[in-house]
Design a protein around this ligand. Sequence first.
Ligand code: ZN
Length: 206
Amino acid sequence: MPKAAAPGDMIACPECDALLRAVPLGPTERARCPRCGSLLVSPRVRSFLQVVALAFTALILMMAAVFFPFLGIAAHGLSHESSVIEVALAFSDGWLAPLSVAVLAVIVGLPMLRFCAIIYVLWPLANGRPAWPKARAAFRLAEGLTPWSMAEIFIVGTAVALVKIGGLATISIGPAFWAFCGLVIVTTLKNAFMSRWSIWAALERS
Ligand SMILES: [Zn+2]
């Protein structure tokens, strides 16, 4: 192990809650939990770049997921294809308007805000520059939004609905559905690469 850190510098394993003493690591070193082996601190600079790249990918996939046709439904010779944004706008002038705003915010707005905040925080750090102003506030915002980013739940809900409607109409899956699936995978990868501890540590230093 490299040199010891200050006594107050403790880090909790997110998997098994083991309380460990944090030590400063070089840019290419990684730290694993000695009890359960989960990754605590990943190699810093490369992981920041990976997270930025994944967040950009997620932003582009989100655009595709919102504007491309999501589902097509055909029954009795009639067919209709719509995108997520069309469905949301279809409800925008009735008493369901607040609901459609809330749904768009949770499925699209909050995840996009989170990706943008992460890019804002990590872009200068990944390039070895000092953090931009308000980077800590932006990262705290990104952390706070995590439980509210519900693209995954949306996909599961859609899959359940498809099984139910499947008997009544012919359903075709549009490119936006696959963009959403890609988004879920990219988001999971990004969360796996993102070491909160090393981002906070890098923000403290700059
Ligand atoms: Zn552990």
